[in-house]
Design a protein around this ligand. Structure first.
Ligand code: MG
Length: 213
């Protein structure tokens, strides 16, 4: 009798947990690429911003290498100048461009929008990232990548009069929201080395469908 009751209770719990997950998923403001295209029809050219890691590039290979090489036991490689020098000057040759970003950049180029890249990476004396992004996404006269060295992106979004910001991290979404501009979440790939994975949609922002690759 006791066994049967606990079984029923467990069953009800599982059912309830599933409903909660479904309810949360339903609450997310999903947008498709076409929805974004449509929302921009008849809008004059504007400045748009993109985060880099896990938004336009799947750059985990460089970070994975950095950890193995500089601090296999912990994440202190992220505090080392040598790592950032390597990361910003060539390790992105192992980064895979995200398809969703490619489509978005084509869209914004066609519209005549000005594109900015704002990354939380640590600033280094030299960088080859701007050139790599220009080559990868076919950008003429690209704006230099803005490095915020882990500081919030609120100021550069404001200074460059950015109207839409795309990013995978909560910090990206919050920085856009702090400026009162449109924030669109790009989903971080599940195999990214950047863990824990953020909960997309959790800040009430729009989330681009199939943006994990
Ligand atoms: Mg990112």
């Amino acid at each position: 009798m006791f066994k049967k009751t606990s079984f029923i209770i467990a069953f009800l719990f599982i059912l309830l947990a599933n409903f909660t997950v479904v309810a949360q998923e339903n609450y997310i403001k999903w947008v498709t690429f076409q929805d974004i295209v449509k929302s921009l029809e008849n809008q004059p050219p504007m400045n748009v911003g993109f985060d880099i890691d896990d938004t336009v590039l799947f750059s985990s290979p460089g970070y994975y290498y950095g950890k193995q090489n500089y601090s296999p036991e912990d994440t202190s490689y992220l505090l080392k100048e040598e790592f950032w020098d390597e990361m910003n000057n060539g390790l992105d040759r192992f980064s895979i461009p995200k398809e969703c970003a490619r489509k978005l950049i084509v869209l914004h180029k066609k519209r005549g929008d000005t594109i900015y890249f704002i990354t939380g990476r640590t600033k280094t004396k030299t960088e080859t990232l701007t050139g790599l992004l220009a080559k990868t996404f076919d950008l003429e006269n690209p704006n230099k990548v803005i490095f915020t060295s882990s500081k919030a992106k609120i100021a550069p979004i404001k200074e460059n009069n950015i109207k839409i910001f795309y990013g995978d991290s909560d910090g990206d979404i919050k920085a856009a929201q702090a400026n009162g501009i449109r924030a669109i979440r790009i989903i971080r790939a599940k195999n990214s080395t950047h863990k824990p994975l953020p909960k997309h949609g959790s800040l009430g922002e729009e989330v681009l469908v199939n943006s994990d690759y």
